[in-house]
Design a protein around this ligand. Structure first.
Ligand SMILES: Cc1cc2nc3c(=O)[nH]c(=O)nc-3n(C[C@H](O)[C@H](O)[C@H](O)COP(=O)(O)OP(=O)(O)OC[C@H]3O[C@@H](n4cnc5c(N)ncnc54)[C@H](O)[C@@H]3O)c2cc1C
Length: 433
């Protein structure tokens, strides 16, 4: 695809090519619809959360929640088919592992294998900067998607009848924090460590902020990679809590759940989201917690004092200086603040899906908001719009409030992708082209 192609009108442009839009590419191919789709991603090549790709970290969902099995267990895009294609023993040996939970490193390789099947539809290293409406005789018929090639810096644009956004979450940085080489979001952990903390035997002092899965993963990685380091974990509550993937709760991820959830009123949906947060966001893998606790215990027994957990502690300010990170914490129990100097502060503070989406600012007059912070997202994941606006704008990841927890997780991606493709194929702009 050329960077500046004002002749071709695509049926679909996808922003981002992580697992969500990769699922859409698969659903499109398997549907047999002859839609002309192109996907744009700012990364130079496929990489799933590269800053958190710690050796040994495991998936939090079964491999059967791959890109396709939940919808089409016979598909060639399944994780098992990936294994089968990796050489004679790989599938048999994976089966012999007797686990449902491959490592993230292996799953990333599986995703990259699947993504490579769509090389002709993806333009990597391409940042989408803006989307604007192209007015026609009967209102808006097309969208112009503005791009920048990140390697060369050239800009351009493409035209499309429909858009799917799957840009992933935006790393959340608490107020008062100035990012820098020594104060960084956990999503950048591996590259920051490699750049600034290259001595595995140094007695660095790391601060981790947060109590969820990422905090636990970063702790485990730091402990393993820097055995002499001090690690202070700061949590707002009393302690990290286990994720809830018990059987009945996990039915939040059955394929027909979004249908039922979407039909409920806002207050009721809110109660479910608040009540079951441990099923999706805040919980740590059950078997990781005792392993971390053992690290603390062994540190205490050895008199090392390398590990500390500060409870009811909230980060209120942090900045990166050339030789240290300086952080201020509020202790919620005493009301006092304290100042800490460390070698680095790692923010395991999660992700947000901010709305309105900055890249869609130019469509503000056409897309309906349900509240000032949230688009009106239809059951088929398209944003409700004004009448004289023909393009469909689909969102993935943004509809937790109306479609449930599966929005930001892997479980139902294949099902959602197929629903979007079905809606797309019904869109008049595609049928009459
Ligand atoms: C470390 C980690 C592990 C996880 N493990 C699990 C798990 O085990 N089970 C589970 O259910 N969920 C898990 N999740 C949550 C969720 O499944 C993932 O976040 C998933 O990657 C979401 O897929 P996505 O395609 O929506 O977004 P992403 O994977 O974030 O992909 C978005 C893509 O969009 C691109 N992009 C963004 N903006 C632009 C732009 N303007 N222009 C061009 N490209 C752009 C990015 O470069 C990126 O490649 C995990 C999350 C993390 C962070």
């Amino acid at each position: 695809m050329h960077l500046n192609d004002s002749e071709t009108v695509h049926d679909l442009v996808g922003i981002g090519f992580g697992p969500a839009n990769l699922s859409v590419a698969i659903a499109l191919e398997e549907s047999g619809h002859p839609l002309r789709a192109v996907f744009l991603d700012r990364k130079p090549a496929f990489a799933w959360h590269p800053g958190l790709m710690f050796a040994g970290a495991e998936m939090q969902v079964s491999f059967t929640k791959d890109l396709i099995t939940m919808r089409n267990p016979r598909s060639r895009f399944s994780f098992l088919n990936y294994l089968a294609e990796q050489g004679p023993d790989r599938l048999a040996k994976f089966i012999n592992l007797r686990t449902f939970y491959p490592t993230r490193v292996e799953f990333n390789d599986y995703y990259a294998w699947a993504a490579a099947r769509f090389d002709d539809q993806v333009r990597w290293g391409t940042d989408v900067t803006e989307v604007s409406a192209v007015p026609g005789e009967d209102g808006v018929e097309l969208l112009r998607v503005s791009l920048r090639d990140l390697a060369g810096g050239e800009t351009g644009s493409v035209l499309t009848r429909n858009l799917i956004l799957a840009p992933g979450g935006t790393p959340h940085v608490p107020e008062g924090v100035e990012l820098g080489a020594r104060v960084f979001h956990a999503s950048e952990t591996l590259e920051r460590l490699e750049r600034t903390f290259d001595d595995p035997s140094a007695p660095y002092h790391f601060n981790i902020v947060g109590s969820g899965q990422t905090s636990a993963d970063v702790f485990t990685h730091l402990r393993r990679s820097y055995p002499q380091a001090r690690i202070t974990t700061n949590v707002r509550g009393f302690a990290m809590r286990p994720e809830d993937d018990t059987h009945f709760v996990n039915e939040l991820f059955l394929p027909d759940f979004p249908d039922w959830f979407h039909g409920q009123d806002d207050d009721f949906r809110r109660r479910i989201i608040d009540g079951y947060a441990l099923a999706a966001h805040t919980g740590v893998s059950y078997d990781l917690i005792p392993r971390i606790y053992r690290e603390y215990y062994e540190d205490m027994v050895s008199g090392g004092k390398a590990l500390s957990l500060r409870r009811f502690t909230e980060l209120v300010a942090a900045r990166s200086e050339p030789d240290r990170a300086v952080a201020t914490y509020l202790h919620l129990d005493s009301g006092e603040t304290s100042r800490t100097e460390a070698d680095a502060v790692v923010l395991a503070t999660g992700y947000r899906y901010p709305m309105p989406v900055p890249a869609l600012a130019g469509l503000g007059a056409y897309l309906r908001m349900e509240t000032p912070e949230r688009y009106a997202i239809r059951r088929d994941y398209s944003v409700a719009c004004v009448e004289e606006f023909a393009p469909r704008v689909f969102l993935q990841g943004f509809a937790e409030a109306t479609h449930g927890f599966s929005e930001v997780l892997l479980s139902l991606m294949p099902v959602r992708a197929a629903e979007i493709v079905e809606a797309l194929a019904k869109n008049a702009s595609v049928q009459t082209r």
